[in-house]
Ligand binder design. Structure first.
Ligand code: SF4
Length: 493
């Protein structure tokens, strides 16, 4: 069944609470706690600066980087314009290659499909790092059905053993340092002696996971891309755990958001140059696994692809917000963001942190459930500059901020309308509507500032306006406006 909406319209984004975001304190409440954690800030600062530097170096060596970005944007935009056709083509290609395709409207449907498939064969599954499965809270759904999910990506394993949530799209344990990981492994994996050297830590995880790879018969993955014309599914990763999961088990289930489809195999040429450089700062991913359906005698003999909507159709229907679906989850916007660098990912209260989370989460769950996220940005635009598929994140943030304000006005009635900020904005809107009113306000402002003005500056303002001058001086209004100066200049000939 295909349920993607293709009505191009401006939508009011109001949806039921999703499993994507918990009822958690707002970003403005989470952020001060994160800022007070000096260890977290040190870890985040070091990690993001390192990845930023690596990315900049490999991007700078590409003379056609801007052309590649534009090509990536164009591929995604074209795909989204014809998403219904490409998804049906993908279903057909995967089925012809021996796989099965399942359509899931939301998290509950996806979890039910996957649980049913696993239950027929196993009580334990190995998993490749997948944000989409985090989004639908698959591990918890499997646990409810008595099935244990084992994360095989090193950072995901650390997070799972610690009972925490990921704080970065690409480096989920970015908030943890080596000493913390050593202590965690000794406590949870029963290791008596362990140094905090990376090789020693990796060796412990390797020993634990190797046994799981060799004995578990079912694997679950996400998907970075899936090609409509061939049915090829692609997973890129750095550790080789993904390759193990994709080749050793008998049953493979891949869960993919509907926006991950790309039209043709040739599109990999662009995407596989953009993604590794933007994410890990590498020219190529160490492991790029591509497979089509089922090959007799080679790899998993049963393959299921679960196509997940979970709010994406609504994002697609919003002409401004739609570009969010271009995202290839590289995390470059996180690493460059001054807000994310200081607060870390947990402050966002969602599996999608940072700038992409600030625009994706409110659209997936409804802005009323994540209304502070569009404001978790300085609108500096650094995220737009680094995005490999040119998502104009500041534009979407401003669009969503407008939606938050409109919703508050709609639901808050007279009380909301009388809030000082709303009163001020309403008055300003009226002023800007009329040239006469605007010019009268300018004259009034010039007169009103006289008792406050010293040496061309205002250092103190009364009442609510005092917030502005508490930290900085305000430039006084000039004696003459531009229009007055222009008129005088013309009169003088
Ligand atoms: S929004 Fe752009 S920069 Fe951020 S994760 Fe997605 S593709 Fe990468």
């Amino acid at each position: 069944m295909l349920f993607v909406l293709f009505v191009v319209k401006k939508v009011r984004i109001v949806k039921p609470q999703s499993v994507l975001i918990e009822l958690q304190p707002l970003f403005e409440k989470n952020a001060p706690k994160a800022l007070a954690n000096t260890q977290l800030r040190r870890n985040m600062g070091k990690a993001t600066q390192t990845i930023r530097g690596k990315r900049a170096a490999v991007v700078d060596e590409m003379p056609d980087w801007e052309a590649l970005r534009e090509a990536g944007r164009a591929i995604k935009a074209r795909t989204l314009r014809h998403l219904d056709s490409y998804l049906l083509q993908l279903e057909d290609s995967v089925t012809r290659a021996g796989g099965s395709v399942h359509w899931a409207r939301d998290a509950a449907e996806a979890n039910a499909i996957i649980t049913r498939l696993v239950q027929q064969q196993a009580r334990e599954v190995i998993k490749i790092k997948s944000l989409t499965t985090d989004e639908i809270k698959l591990n918890a759904a499997l646990a409810d059905a008595g099935i244990t999910a084992i994360e095989t990506d090193l950072a995901e394993l650390i997070i799972q053993l610690a009972g925490e949530h990921s704080s970065h799209i690409l480096v989920p344990a970015i908030h943890k340092n080596r000493a913390e990981i050593r202590e965690l492994f000794m406590r949870t994996l029963g290791v008596a002696e362990l140094s905090d050297e990376p090789t020693a830590l990796a060796a412990v995880a390797r020993t634990y996971l190797r046994e799981k790879f060799l004995t578990t018969r079912v694997a679950i993955s996400g998907a970075n891309f899936a090609v409509a014309e061939t049915g090829t599914v692609c997973v890129v990763e750095s550790e080789g755990n993904g390759r193990m999961c994709l080749t050793l088990p008998d049953l493979l289930i891949s869960v993919m958001g509907i926006e991950k489809v790309i039209p043709s195999f040739q599109d990999f040429e662009v995407m596989l140059q953009l993604l590794p450089r933007s994410s890990t700062g590498e020219r190529m991913n160490p492991y790029t696994s591509l497979w089509r359906g089922v090959t007799p005698g080679d790899g998993p003999q049963e393959f299921h692809l679960v196509l997940l909507d979970n709010g994406r159709s609504d994002v697609l229907a919003d002409t401004v917000g739609r570009q969010t679906l271009n995202c290839i989850r590289c995390s470059a916007c996180l690493n460059i963001c001054p807000i994310y660098e200081r607060t870390g990912g947990h402050a966002y209260g969602s599996v999608y942190p940072g700038p992409i989370g600030a625009i994706l989460t409110p659209q997936l769950v409804g802005v009323e459930h994540a209304r502070s996220l569009p404001f978790a940005s300085t609108l500096c635009g650094a995220c737009y500059d680094v995005c490999p598929v040119k998502i104009n994140i500041p534009e979407v943030l401003v669009h969503l901020r407008g939606e938050v304000v409109r919703q508050q006005q709609d639901t808050g009635g007279l009380r909301a309308a009388l809030e000082p900020e709303n009163l001020a904005m309403t008055a300003l809107a009226k002023l800007f509507e009329s040239r006469l009113a605007y010019e009268a306000a300018q004259q009034a402002g010039k007169l009103g500032q006289l008792p406050l003005k010293h040496d061309g500056h205002i250092s103190w303002l009364p009442g609510l306006l005092g917030g502005w001058t508490a930290m900085r001086d305000l430039e006084a209004m000039p004696d003459e406006t531009f229009r007055e100066w222009w008129a005088k200049r013309k009169a003088e000939g």
